[in-house]
Ligand binder design. Sequence first.
Ligand SMILES: Cc1ncc(COP(=O)(O)O)c(C=O)c1O
Length: 476
Amino acid sequence: MDVRFSSRASTQTLFAQVYEYIWTRIQRGEWKEHEKLPSVRLLAAELNVHRLTVFKAYQLLKEEKKVYVKDKSGYYVHPGGAMPLDNLDSPIVSSYVQKSHLSEIHKVPVTYQFSYALIDPNLLPNRFFSEYVKEIFDLYPKVLSSYSTVQGDEELREALCRYFMDMHRFHLSPEDIMITSGSQQALDLLARMLVQPRDAVLIERPTYSAAIDIFRQLGAQLIPVEIHPNGYDLDQVEAYMKRYKPRLFYLNPTYHNPTGYTVPAEQRKQLVELAERYRCFVIEDDPFRDMYFESEPPPPLFSYSVEGYVVYIRSFSKYVAPGLRIAAVCLHPSLVSHFFTVKSLADNGSPLLNQKIFLHYFSSSRMQQHIEKLRTALNVRKTIMEEELSATAWRWNSPAGGLNLWVKLPESLSMEALLAKSIEQSISFVPGSICDPLKETKSWLRLSYSYISEKQLREGTKLLISMASELAGTVE
Ligand SMILES: Cc1ncc(COP(=O)(O)O)c(C=O)c1O
């Protein structure tokens, strides 16, 4: 393969090409963890570029912890950057496909399911839906005979628009709302619309694991921003915006997945101001907003948006009907036609039947009653898990809403060993490392308390603790 780069390209483009060349080969596993990389001199000759260009590319990779240096010996591949070997079983395809880490965990059927950030199906309005479907066909006899519009059903967008204006004072018209098949699709489409290879993307650390996979798949350069119980270090966010000129900041500021943290109102306003100052899009992913235990969370960032840099994704998947795959995306009018294009290329519009079923539930008083009961049920489950965990020295911040506990275990405990042993005992959880863009958060795990029954929750938590203590010798 001739990989020599055109000498007519500008220095900046050459540098980006060399960087991309090295990083792609590492990611594909062609250069393996701890393997020595070609010397600057050799690679410069091979690619027909100046040595300084290769040196600069190596330096950036080093800064990003993708390679490391051994004194006088050269550059080596940093562990954790390459795709795992099991992804290379069909090299032609898998070299280009980013692994979906969360789906791999969910693939394993278990009894004590702590890895699903979903709600127990017994708590969802199944009966109501099954009775309703017939009525939907009576109301819209041709509902299956046509596509939905690409933007989504007009009646539904009007209802959502009224809701967002009343609840959050969004300045919006139904034309600024697009319906997608869940927030997962919204995120994937927004990423495709906004991000090109090598674009800098700010992402919370830790974050929703699938978001990392989506941005990696597109070749984005991920810049982690730590999220704390009280939000972010805004000086750091500003410094990153200045330095990396990111395309976007992906955030999940309300009952954040996986930590459960909520970004305070003052920070939300300041973040929007920063985004506008540095022309950085903000993707606000907000699937847990209604799942609060006592008081309502602060308003969405979108409600502070003036210049249109904030894109708001609101999924109703979690607490209404995950199977309907319904989410709404609110965008500035200047972005709507671009989103229309990516959505139409993906699927020509989400299923109309699902949208109509959702609309009628959403517009009924049943939905509010259901949500209120659900909040109590989730709070009870959270308390049960916390009661069981209080027998250990594990640490977590009790969340004010959402579906997960983000738990720190003793550092001496191997998370890989605990997960392997748990799966044997029919328990699953999300290891913290897959939620970390740097893959370093080794002693944390995410436990979802929302999916299994109260009885199973107690049994499963006890079992997990006893396995961890067996592994560690003792519960510290
Ligand atoms: C933060 C976050 N975003 C998006 C999703 C995907 O949700 P949906 O079912 O709407 O696709 C999830 C699911 O866990 C999530 O936690």
